[in-house]
Ligand binder design. Structure first.
Ligand SMILES: *[C@@H]1O[C@H](CO)[C@@H](O)[C@H](O)[C@H]1NC(C)=O
Ligand SMILES: *[C@@H]1O[C@H](CO)[C@@H](O)[C@H](O)[C@H]1NC(C)=O
Ligand SMILES: *[C@@H]1O[C@H](CO)[C@@H](O)[C@H](O)[C@H]1NC(C)=O
Ligand SMILES: *[C@@H]1O[C@H](CO)[C@@H](O)[C@H](O)[C@H]1NC(C)=O
Length: 385
């Protein structure tokens, strides 16, 4: 009963927010395009080939990741005689080309473990930049991709943000020129970005180049997750919608992007198909903000959604919806897991749609249950327009 009441309060709060969002968005012009993004990243994984993806649930599939060579600034795939990677890229794009209708694919460059210093140099140096851009278009076309996605994690200074703006400008120009000279539809150009438009938690305060983003990108994939690391000494929502004490939340981050001036229809909200686990200091203290003594099960506490479901079932874990954060967590013994499930995801998608965002995406394929419970719910939650 107590949980039910909490859930009701939580839903009320969400409805109020949705109403507010609908009201505030009246002043912005409605997007002309009705294309909505339901994206997912696929990570090279022999246990989960591209053909395992249920394409009825997605509109765009991202191949994660490729990187430039640090001496030539060309993508490794163009540089080396890398037959394995070439086969993987070709298999990937062919899998989605042969669907009816075909699903567009994007070649994603960078990622969390990529060389941020190298990107900073490429973005700042006209020659390296031109070589890099040329190579990305070359590789995307050679292997049959429909677009390019740039995941620089992350520019560290205002200068690097300005250089990113220039890189996107040159990139768009090269893509338009290539499309004109080959009479083909232009490649899509997108970027994966921080959960907020500003970096305000550490390092130099810096803001994304919103003008360049509006002009040159089809959209940004906002990484509205990993808001709390497994290194945190208290439990919390890794992708919570709200946080009353800070601006570190999905909703704050998305509002910052809109307030920062990026057109809502160019903002695509990211959601994690994984949770984070901790080992509780005291199994009897198990709310949000409970002290922990380090990561729980999973690699550094990371657990795919299907693993969370298995854990909850096997351990008879208690599942709690938390209205304060708009998130779900479960606990059993000294294990505590914060995650997203079909319910929290459908609330988030409703929120994104009320804000007139461009859509949503998931990290990553293979983490949902085998019957795609979370992805299915998200897809249904986006009401037909
Ligand atoms: C990252 O890029 C910088 C700049 O090109 C280079 O000096 C450095 O060796 C690279 N780091 C790695 C690990 O490749
Ligand atoms: C990349 O550069 C090569 C050599 O200059 C040129 O032939 C090719 O058309 C360029 N490709 C693109 C996509 O600009
Ligand atoms: C959150 O951001 C707003 C707008 O920038 C600011 O006014 C407020 O003080 C911030 N709140 C916290 C808790 O940092
Ligand atoms: C967690 O760490 C912060 C500082 O990083 C500290 O202020 C706080 O007391 C710690 N909390 C617990 C429960 O250990």
């Amino acid at each position: 009963m107590a949980n039910f009441l909490k859930l009701k309060q939580f839903l009320t709060l969400v409805l109020i927010l949705l109403a507010l969002a609908a009201k505030s968005s009246k002043s912005t012009p409605s997007p002309s395009s009705t294309t909505r993004v339901k994206g997912i990243y696929w990570i090279e994984n022999p246990l989960f080939p591209p053909s395992s993806i249920d394409t009825s649930l997605f509109t765009h599939i991202f191949y994660a990741f490729v990187s430039p060579n640090k001496f030539t600034y060309k993508l490794e795939e163009e540089e080396e005689d890398s037959t394995t990677v070439a086969t993987s890229l070709t298999t990937f794009t062919n899998t989605f080309k042969t669907k009816t209708p075909p699903i567009p694919t994007l070649l994603s460059i960078g990622g969390a473990t990529s060389n941020s210093t190298l990107f900073a140099f490429i973005a700042s140096d006209p020659t390296a930049r031109a070589t890099f851009i040329n190579s990305t278009i070359q590789v995307a076309r050679t292997f049959g991709f429909d677009g390019i996605d740039f995941d620089w994690e992350f520019p560290t200074t205002t200068k690097e943000m300005n250089d990113l703006g220039e890189l996107l400008f040159q990139w768009r120009r090269a893509i338009s020129d290539e499309a004109t000279s080959t009479s083909r539809p232009p490649l899509l150009l997108t970027a994966a970005v921080y959960f907020a438009v500003n970096f305000f938690l550490s390092g130099e305060r810096r803001m994304y180049p919103v003008d360049s983003i509006n002009k040159n990108l089809d959209w940004v994939n906002v990484m509205s997750y990993d808001l709390l690391g497994s290194g945190s000494n208290v439990t919390g929502a890794p992708s919570g919608m709200f946080d009353s004490k800070s601006n570190v939340s999905v909703v704050s981050g998305l509002f910052s992007w809109i307030r920062g001036g990026v057109a809502p229809e160019k903002i695509v909200m990211g959601m994690p198909l994984y949770g984070k686990s901790w080992k509780l200091q005291d199994p009897n203290v198990h709310g949000i903000g409970a002290p922990n003594v380090g990561p729980g099960p999973g690699v550094d506490g990371g657990m795919a959604y299907f693993q969370v479901v298995d854990f909850n079932k096997q351990m008879g874990a208690k599942v709690v919806y938390d209205k304060e954060t708009g998130s779900v967590y479960s606990y059993s013994g000294s294990t505590w897991i914060g995650y997203d499930d079909p319910f929290t995801v459908s609330v988030k998608v409703g929120f994104a749609q009320a804000l007139k965002l461009g859509g949503y995406f998931f990290w990553a394929a293979g983490y949902d249950t085998s019957d795609w419970k979370v992805s299915t719910q998200a897809s249904k939650a986006w009401r037909p327009e």
